[in-house]
Ligand binder design. Structure first.
Ligand SMILES: [Zn+2]
Length: 360
């Protein structure tokens, strides 16, 4: 208490100094100094839908889908950090003057929901009950997904950049590596800090519609899949579904929080939605009924085969490591390339589901 009171005049004093310094800047420089950098690439997909990608931050960027309505904007997913969310908002401001009114967290993962806290309070954040529960629990900072993407890869990644930097002689490439090192160091520091998280302030149990003028957005929970609480955003008037990470065009995706045993039924429910265009949480859209059915069919076959092989290995007493070594997914190479082989995290996940050691 004492320290707080003693610090207040100091804080005020430094604010005045900052204000004074800002005053002396030319107007253009002031805007530049305050406005966030746009790193997002905004790509127009239809008259009302834009794709927003942020290729800058390794492993922590997702694809957001921006729906520009008559009076406002709805966006899916807020990226992996406050800085990335600010870049997303700045990217949206380059395509429309309309305010972002809704942001839907398709699920709680770091690359989809950890930018929530950067959103202004005028943005309604929508997600499942499970997403809410995860973002307010220790899971958000200690769970397998946060560790796998926000903590574990950094020491080796930084080391690798430093080694490349030491060996590099070309000034241009050296500068690029220095920038990369600074960016990755800043990300690592951010994730190690007590960074703010913000859970959805409107949560969906099964289904909920929100309306922007005459346009309906149906937020639907279709069952457990990539996590226990994925939601999709269905726009019936446009026959479009933003489907988060429950389905990708040509990859299986991270399965550290997945339910491969329930996932096939969930994407069967997705198949039944009257849509012609699916917008995944990473990468390219899935377009047309033929392609939607094919991609869903591939994924269902893969998930059933994965469950079959891994649960059989567990039953036979194999460790997850041995189960992985024995696994054979070569017949899925045509669809998923080298990503056809599950990660060790996916195998462990299946073991944990069978042992009932997962959060539902
Ligand atoms: Zn995810």
């Amino acid at each position: 208490m004492q320290t707080l009171r003693a610090q207040r005049p100091l804080v005020l004093a430094s604010l005045l100094v900052v204000a004074g310094a800002t005053w002396r800047l030319a107007p253009a420089a002031r805007v530049q100094a305050q406005g966030p950098v746009v790193r997002h690439r905004m790509t127009r997909l239809t008259n009302t839908i834009y794709r927003a990608d942020n290729p800058g931050t390794a492993g922590l960027n997702s694809t957001s889908w921006v729906f520009v309505n008559d009076d406002d904007v709805l966006v899916t997913d807020s990226e992996g950090s406050l800085d990335a969310a600010r870049s997303l908002l700045a990217g949206i401001a380059t395509i429309t003057d309309k305010p972002v009114r809704y942001l839907v967290d398709t699920h709680f993962h770091i690359d989809h929901a950890y930018g929530n806290a950067a959103l202004p309070s005028t943005v309604q954040i929508i997600g499942s009950d499970f997403t809410h529960r995860m973002l307010v629990s220790t899971e958000a900072r200690e769970g397998v997904t946060f560790k796998n993407f926000g903590v574990d890869p950094y020491p080796a990644r930084l080391d690798n950049i430093r080694k490349q930097l030491a060996a590099e002689t070309d000034p241009g490439r050296k500068q690029a590596l220095e920038q990369q090192l600074a960016q990755q160091t800043a990300s690592y520091e951010f994730y190690r800090s007590d960074f703010p998280l913000k859970a959805p302030n409107l949560s969906v149990k099964e289904e909920m519609s929100i309306w922007s003028g005459a346009k309906e957005f149906r937020i639907m929970y279709l069952g457990r899949a990539h996590t226990a609480g994925d939601v999709v955003v269905y726009v019936p008037s446009e026959k479009v579904v933003a489907n988060g990470d429950i389905l990708f065009k040509a990859t299986v995706g991270w399965q550290g929080d997945a339910f491969p045993n329930e996932h096939p039924d969930t994407i069967e429910a997705l198949r039944k939605i009257d849509a012609e265009l699916l917008l995944p949480g990473h990468g390219d859209p899935i377009q047309g009924r033929g392609e939607i059915d094919r991609v869903i069919g591939n994924m269902q076959n893969y998930l059933r085969e994965e469950w079959r092989q891994v649960s059989a290995a567990k039953q036979a007493g194999l460790t997850p490591e041995d189960a992985l070594a024995k696994a054979d997914f070569t017949r899925f190479r045509d669809f998923y390339g080298n990503g056809a082989t599950p990660s060790l995290a996916a195998v462990r996940r299946i073991y944990n589901i069978i042992d009932n050691k997962v959060i539902r």
